[in-house]
Design a protein around this ligand. Structure first.
Ligand code: NIG
Ligand code: FE
Length: 422
């Protein structure tokens, strides 16, 4: 067999699948196998063989053998929902919140998302790239090799397109892989405060057509909530995006239950995200659809809200992806493994469901499960070596970073020992 990389001395290989077909409900977690003493062979960044090391076929010469030190190996993590491209922080507003103001009250006073919009519009492309690069480095050090990045702090054609350009530049730089989403419908920007309809028109008639022709965004997302966009506005924006050939995502039922989950299901969005306030009708609508439920427990933690009803969602067979929502207002963290701890302890998900959520289901929420998210011949050789005995420890020892080494497309791209030395 031809290979240029083989893993040896793996304690547990977690995340082996037999088929890369998109998930069929939570049953998928049962097909996410753990092989004690497993191995992977790869050629040119793609997996060619997966199985128990004892069954490894004869390999051609010139193949690098990477010793995994008896540790656990998991697929490269996929953070399928972030707002990572922003300027500055909102630490003052954090203090206001600690003194009693709610997230919505701060937004109504002109703070919140609009604070970050002001900061981003002033930032140069170089500033924006360098701040975002720092965050991506933290993602990588935490085992995340693929990151969805939403715009949504530009809120005019020039600044939104500039963000998409910077995301494309950072994706070319690598070693991470970025998936861009257009979130021009994040809130109504201050210059349209008295003319909501005018902003929705700008989105549909100018911004979306530009974004679609630029080819710089894979998805269109809308923040459908009180204080953001209502159901009717959301529908018209998403329908326009769909007509322009874009795939859809939706911030649904995050702070209030507006029926976003039903709308996401009806429009065949690839994912409905947040769902802190989803009701039974929303769950039933998702269960009848192909839409993935993306849960973001860091946001509930940071805002002090109730967590999404993960068990009810999983029990209806809806695939659940887990992501950080990393952003300056509701979850200033890039720590995806920590979200797994929250999923287990606060949403009663099993460690295997949590891991599937941040690998295979995360990939499915980006339409990439045919090449990412599990160990299977033909998929990308993206994997993470973790200094634990069994993978459950990743969520049990919460907040710790167990990541030793990260490989993207068969290449070592992060080494904790080298990072500590430098
Ligand atoms: O997902 N919900 C909308 N957007 C973010 C918050 C963004 C911000 O506060 O800057 C979220 O929670
Ligand atoms: Fe979000």
């Amino acid at each position: 067999m031809q290979a240029d990389l083989v893993l040896s001395n793996v304690g547990q290989l977690v995340g082996v699948t037999a088929s890369g077909l998109p998930s069929e409900g939570s049953g998928l977690a049962n097909r996410f196998q753990v092989i004690p003493g497993g191995s992977i062979a790869a050629l040119d960044g793609r997996i060619t063989w997966v199985g128990p090391a004892s069954e490894l076929p004869e390999i051609s010469r010139n193949c690098a053998r990477h010793d995994c030190g008896g540790h656990v190996v998991i697929p490269g993590l996929v953070d399928s929902h972030t707002h990572l491209i922003y300027a500055g922080d909102r630490v003052e507003e954090f203090e206001w919140r600690l003194a009693g103001a709610s997230y919505q009250e701060i937004a109504e006073r002109g703070g919140g998302i609009n604070t970050t919009v002001r900061a981003l519009r002033k930032a140069t492309n170089a500033d924006l790239a360098s701040q975002t690069r720092q965050r991506l480095r933290r993602c990588l050090a935490g085992g995340v090799t693929t990151v969805e990045v939403k715009t949504g702090y530009g809120l005019n054609s020039a600044d939104e397109l500039r963000c998409l350009d910077v995301i494309a530049q950072l994706d070319r730089e690598g070693p991470w892989e970025l998936v861009p989403t257009f979130l021009g419908a994040h809130v109504v920007p201050p210059e349209f405060a008295g003319d909501r309809q005018g902003y929705v028109r700008l989105l549909c008639e100018e911004m979306l057509p530009h974004v679609a022709t630029s080819g710089l965004a894979r998805f269109c997302d809308v923040f459908c909530d009180r204080g953001a966009f209502d159901l009717r506005e959301t529908r018209s924006i998403l329908e326009t995006a769909r007509q322009l050939g874009m795939k859809l995502k939706l911030h649904a039922d995050e702070l209030t239950c507006l029926g976003g989950a039903q709308l996401a299901a009806e429009l065949d969005a690839i994912s409905a995200d947040h769902l802190l306030c989803i009701d039974q009708a929303g769950i039933e609508a998702l269960a009848r659809s192909r839409t993935i439920a993306t849960l973001l427990p860091g946001t509930a933690l940071f805002l002090g809200l109730s967590f999404a009803p993960a068990r009810q969602i999983l029990e209806r067979g809806i695939p659940v992806a887990l992501a950080t929502d990393s952003n300056p207002g509701t979850c200033p963290s890039e720590n995806l493994l920590l979200m797994g701890s929250l999923a287990c302890t606060q949403m009663h998900m099993s460690p295997l469901e949590a891991l599937v959520g941040m690998t295979l289901h995360g990939a499915a929420a980006l339409g990439l499960s045919d090449r990412l998210g599990s160990f299977e011949p033909g998929k990308q050789a993206d994997f993470v070596i973790c200094d634990v005995r069994r993978f459950e420890q990743l969520f049990y020892e919460f907040g710790a970073n167990h990541v030793r080494q990260v490989f993207k497309r068969g290449k070592l791209v992060f080494d904790a020992n080298a990072a500590a030395a430098s």
